[in-house]
Structure formats: structure tokens, C-alpha cells
Unconditional design. Sequence first.
Length: 446
Amino acid sequence: MDTPAVRLPLGVRDFLPRAAARRRELAERLLAVFESWGYARIITPAYECADVLERGLGADARAAAIRFVEPASGEVVALRPDITPQVARVVASRLADAPGPLRLCYEGAVTRLTSGAGQREILQAGIELVDLDASLGDAELVAVATAAMDAMGLAERHLDLGHVALVRCVLAGAPDDEARARLRTALARKDRRAVARHAAALPPELRPLAEELVELWGPAQEVLTRAAALPWPPEAALALAHLRHVIESYRVIAGAQALRDDELGIDLGDVRGFEYYTGLRIAGYVGGAPEAVLSGGRYDTLLARYGRDAPATGFSVDIEAVALAQRALGMAPSRRGVWLALCGASSDARDARGLAEAAQLARTLRAAGAKVALTPPQASWPLFLRGANLDVALVLDGESAATLQWPAARETEALDPLGEGLASALAALRLGHAQPLLELISARVS
């Protein structure tokens, strides 16, 4: 009888040890950054009652939600396509009596329907800042985003700021939904000729502003200067003043960690999420990733949908996109401590003495921060180490010698009793001192 094919649904995948290590390390680095800024970690469920979750979703996210009937209750539930509405629900209900500002952070998987590829599972980490004045809250958001991009370890980075007020004031002049949709599409493509054609339906004072939006992107100060010279309606003019103030406050908060002028840009014609966001928008880009890996902004009306009328802002990081960017640039996942296999002098589990020594050495190494797996001898150490995602194997060979085996077969090296410090490292380990051996291995691994 043929064994049925083993398969996964479209849009999801397994992560083997090295890939999983890269993503877990990224998540922990990001969460460490968030916590260093005072954000407390929360965990929310993978699915919720669909009608509750959808209160906090924009039109695109509602369309991307995967729904099913929960068997025990008969409720229609939805896998979360975004974590922000869940945080809003928690703040408005479980933390209803907690005064602001509240700083919360999270990490987890979201699942979205995508055209042509079924669903897509995305690993995210992010922050939500609730009930802090926009002038200070937006500046902090940009500062934390900068710190998060630093934690990604990618040299090339760029942060774009925007504000929904300018696009809204232009689109509000469209005579109907169809004209508004055509103009929005042209703005999204930054197609000046198409924008000019569709802007003909706008009031005369808005037509040149619609065309200018196509070009209002680039270095922050330069774009703000150009934009400020145009005759914007009062709401849009206030948004420009707010952006200038946010950048000034951000540089004070971030200090020496602030982005250089060429790394901080503004895109005033960005139309993504303008129905969902209410003010500042933020998007972060890194080398090796074609799209933004960090995105978010201000959503002052969201919490009111769950019963707490409070301003809020936040962003999320696409961990998978960052991991793929690291891999595209040839960055190996970094390791925290040494990962090794320890093979005793005897492969026979009944050899109590050999097992006891190997176990004692393993405990010494673990206490010093190494990750250690006890293992029997292997026919191919390089193959075993690569598959197990280990740095090295320490193979004991009697009283005074051992062998270090590495993932690449050519990097096999004996611990000679008379060798330059190698035997002393093993002797120190047997006396309860792991550091000499770990330093020897770390130097080779790095």
C-alpha cells in the first residue's frame, strides 16, 4: 500500500534548526529592544471571535482573515491577520482601569489570505503605545523603530515617514467613490500623468496639490520645505508642522542613535492604509528586502471600537522578511554561546564511568552558557553536526585526549596532550573550568 503524500497547506512552511534559530533570535532581539524602552510583553490567542476581531481590522485585513466555525461553541472565529486589534481589545477590556500611557509589545504568527497563494503565515513582533500625546508619542515611535532596525543587524536601512492628512484632503475632493478609487490608484503608482488626468474632477484648488503629491517624497527636510511652500488646507498644513516637530523631538530622544539625514525620508503621497490610520505613518526598509519590513502608524479611533476612547500608535516588524534579507546578504545566523555535541570515551550506555564523566563535563559546559547534547559516536561527524545545527563535537578519547570535530570535514583537529593549549583546555574542563575550551571553540566558530 502506498504511503499518502506528506504535504503542507499553501502558504505555510517548516523551519529547520538553522532557519528557526535565525527567526527566534530576531524575535528575541526585537523584544529586548522593546522592553528596554519600557514596553511590557503580552501574548494573545491565535484566533478570536470573528465579529470581535473584525471591529479593529481595516477593509484589506478583514478580507484577508480566515474564518471557521469553532466546534465546541458553534461561534464563527477567525485566525488573526493582525495583532494590533487584539492589543486594542486587551487594553480596552482587561486593562480598562489602567491609566495611560500604556506600552505593550508582542510577537507571534499571523495568517492572511493572499491572492493566488492561499494563506500566508507571517511572523511578527511589534509595539503599541496607548494614551500618550501625539507630539511625544509619534517621536517615541520613530525612536523605537530606529532601535528595532539597529537590532536587525543590517547595514543598509531607511525609514520613511508620512501623514494621512494630505492624501485625505485631496481624495475628499473627488466627486464620487469611483473617481476617488481611480485617483488613489494613480497616486499609489506615482503616475503623474494619470494623477493629472483623474485630478481634473477635483475642485480647482486641489488639482495642483494632487499632482505635487506624486513628487513629495525623498529626504525629510527637503520634502517638508517643498511641501510647506504649497497652499494646503489647514488640516494638511497642521500635519506638515506636526511632522517637522516629530522629527525634531525624535532626534532629541534618540540622540546619537538617530538616523542620518540620508536614512530618514518622507513620502507624503503614500496611500497605503489611509482609511485605517489617522495621522503619522511609518515604513522601514533594509537592504536585501524589496518591501518594507517595518510598518505602522497612528490609529486614534481604534480603541474606541472596543470601548476605550484613547489615542494610540504602533508598528510591527515582519520577522520573516528580515530573516530572508539577512540570508540574501549572506549573513549567517549569530549564535548565543557555543552549541556542541559531547561524545564519551565509550559508546556503551552500560559504561557507568564513561557516562558519568561525559555527563559531568556537559553540566560544567552548560553552567558556563554552552548548549550541550550527549551523543554516541557518529559515522560522519560533519553530516551529524550540520543536521543538528551544532558548532562542534567534543569526542573524548581516554584520560588525556579528545578530538574536536567540525561541520566541515577538513576542519578536524586533535587535542594533542602536548599541543598549544588544547590539552590544557580539556584538563581545565575536567577540573570544572569551561571557559578555556569555550574560548578556543568560539575563536574558531567566529
